[in-house]
Design a protein around this ligand. Sequence first.
Ligand SMILES: CC(C)(COP(=O)(O)OP(=O)(O)OC[C@H]1O[C@@H](n2cnc3c(N)ncnc32)[C@H](O)[C@@H]1OP(=O)(O)O)[C@@H](O)C(=O)NCCC(=O)NCCSC(=O)C[C@H](O)C(=O)O
Ligand SMILES: [Mg+2]
Length: 290
Amino acid sequence: MATTARPRRSVLYMPGSNPRALEKARTLAADGLILDLEDAVAPDAKEEARRQVVDAVQAGGYGARELLVRVNSLATPWGQADVAAAAACGADAILIPKVESADTVRQVEAIMAANGAPAQMAIWCMMETPRGMLRAEEIAGSSPRMGGFVMGTSDLAKDLHCAHTRDRLPMITSLGLCLLAARAYGLAALDGVYLDLNDDAGFEYSCTQGLELGFDGKTLIHPKTIDAANRVFAPAEKDIEWSKKIIAAHAEAAAAGKGVVVVDGKLIENLHVENARRIVALSDQIAAMA
Ligand SMILES: CC(C)(COP(=O)(O)OP(=O)(O)OC[C@H]1O[C@@H](n2cnc3c(N)ncnc32)[C@H](O)[C@@H]1OP(=O)(O)O)[C@@H](O)C(=O)NCCC(=O)NCCSC(=O)C[C@H](O)C(=O)O
Ligand SMILES: [Mg+2]
């Protein structure tokens, strides 16, 4: 599945067992929502959460927000029924946790097909274990339904026995492997959550680092972080202006039979124009969501 280009600056998790959060999400400025049946939901609440999530998605009211249902692993007592219920509920994607192989994706794909999932429903994978990192390419190319990766940096840090540091050096190899695989297969890539809700500066720094690494956006755990993520991951005004300028200059040069042009002293080739078009398209899509 070619990943639809759409804004994914801010993607907010909420426990499927929390009806207030499911309701409030209809009014929040997040580009996407992860309706969670996995780690944010206690074992006793799993069945009720599944019903609530399906009812909430079917009831609608989420507008242009991309809806991902995070199911439990197929190895748990709830995974199979979660996928079956989510398949035809109207969400944009099923998000599988702790994916470590292409086989897991194909098993979920088969359950989705057996339960009437529409052709456009995507599969997204949580990338959050050492085996998952080592098989990132296999997972990225596992199914035509593959739409994106979400970094699970909390589980990853636990499994790596590494620290959560400001510059995330201990997990930079993992982030890079997943970004490489995602981009090689045309998938979206979302950065992991920032856990300290009282550290606004640290949150903003981690968004900026995620943007610079190449992520499309950040996964979030609280609505108060949405605005900062939206701001950091949106193209800056000066980049939009520059993009439009070089697109126009390159088109003029092409009309005159030239493949390259110099704008403000900088050599502009087709590859710069492709990136400029992506930036302008993203900013137009963000404007259309407002
Ligand atoms: C962290 C929270 C438990 C805090 O909740 P709460 O105490 O209710 O916060 P507030 O009182 O500040 O809430 C203010 C209002 O905002 C609403 N709210 C809060 N959080 C959310 C949310 N996530 N989505 C939607 N709405 C939310 C409250 O209802 C209040 O609304 P109002 O009634 O109008 O005042 C809570 O934020 C929370 O549960 N967050 C999500 C936690 C979660 O989903 N965790 C799992 C995902 S992270 C993960 O698994 C990472 C990955 O797998 C890995 O390994 O890294
Ligand atoms: Mg996790």
